[in-house]
Ligand binder design. Structure first.
Ligand code: SAM
Length: 341
């Protein structure tokens, strides 16, 4: 039987996800995932170190890298998170999960640097910023970036959630991290006494995601990929999905309002049945200063040649049943009503 004919999971990760691991120490975390999945053809594991220096620094690096490659994992070295989105191998790939465990930029002032030193903190923040920016480029539309990080002072001073906001990422969840969930993983210091492990203490896995959508003047749909091997493992549940759709619609209304002439109209064709009715698009329009002029029944036959498309996932070119739907026509509220004095 094909080893990938069924899904295998460990904690937040699945054999159906394309996973990029960066800033690996001795690659024991990658090995832990690889063992859980059996095959590791869905993994790309990377280190900043060259292969040679890795072997000198970490006693188990050689055996770990060999095991990964035997399981089908791509192992890359000298991958810098500041520039990885332009890496010749990675540039053409997109990932469902990008993982960086215990990021650390190294000791700015040598092994006796204090983690409380504000230049040291700034140095770490620069690393996180570079990582998040590049990881965002390499992420699928509904992918997630996972950073496992200590939550106590002075590590809390890195303010990674704020840094994520700066580059257009949002915190999906913060989950407590436990080494027990990852058998065989040895978290490494990576600088100074590189091969030594360190007490993780209180720490969390921070999960970040980006919003991604496409829209057209007459219809819109958030880009969701159907759950299947190699093509999306969304993990997005009902209410969150609904919020994402609403964010998309509101963004569309806001931009469209700005592009509209004074007497212009914004038209949205949308299903009127549950659960689509829960998006409350009339209310969303009102929130950005648009009011409903008319709700007209939509019939595809009125537009000869028009084939409405799914627009995302492997079946994006397929049409779908429009069922009951309407064209909602919105116009601008006069400014004095929108911004009452
Ligand atoms: C504290 S160690 C953690 C190692 C590993 N992730 C683990 O959990 O065992 C920090 C890691 O970040 C890596 N690193 C530092 N700067 C980096 C950069 N610019 N790009 C990629 N990795 C980097 C180091 O090489 C080191 O492996």
């Amino acid at each position: 039987m094909d080893a990938f004919s069924f899904e295998r999971k460990i904690k937040h990760y699945s054999s159906y996800q394309r996973i990029l691991l960066v800033g690996e120490g001795d690659f024991s975390f990658s090995v832990c995932l690889a063992r859980a999945f059996g095959l590791a053809v869905n993994l790309v594991a990377t280190s900043l170190d060259s292969r040679e220096s890795l072997m000198l620094k970490y006693s188990k690096a050689l055996s770990n890298v060999k095991e990964l490659e035997a399981r089908g994992c791509i192992v890359l070295h000298e991958v810098d998170v500041h520039s990885m989105s332009q890496h010749p191998f990675l540039i053409r790939l997109r990932f469902d999960r990008i993982i960086y465990n215990f990021p650390h930029a190294g000791y700015l002032l040598g092994p006796f640097s204090s983690e409380r030193n504000r230049f040291q903190i700034w140095f770490h923040q620069d690393l996180i910023r570079g990582f998040l920016k590049n990881a965002r480029e390499l992420l699928t539309a509904i992918g997630e970036i996972h950073v496992t990080h200590k939550t106590t002072f002075p590590f809390s001073e890195w303010k990674i959630v704020e840094l994520a906001h700066e580059v257009g990422l949002y915190l999906v969840a913060e989950e407590p991290f436990s080494l027990w969930d990852y058998p065989g993983y040895e978290n490494k210091r990576g600088d100074g006494m590189c091969d030594q492990t360190f007490p993780v203490g209180m720490c969390s896995t921070f999960k970040f995601a980006k919003l991604f959508y496409h829209s057209s003047p007459s219809c819109f749909h958030l880009s969701i990929t159907a759950s299947s091997p190699w093509s999306g493992y969304s993990g997005i549940n009902g209410p969150r999905m609904e919020r994402l759709h609403q964010d998309l619609v509101k963004g569309y209304f806001t931009s469209a309002r700005e592009m509209l002439t004074e007497s212009g109209e914004v038209h949205v064709t949308h299903k009127t049945t549950h659960p689509f009715s829960k998006w409350n698009i009339v209310k969303l329009a009102e929130e950005v200063g648009l009011f409903l002029v008319e709700e007209a029944q939509f019939t595809r036959g009125d537009y000869p040649g028009y084939i409405n498309k799914k627009g995302s996932g492997r079946k994006c070119n397929r049409t779908f049943r429009v069922g009951q739907c309407s064209t909602y026509k919105f116009a601008k509220l006069p400014l004095q009503l929108y911004f009452p004095s």
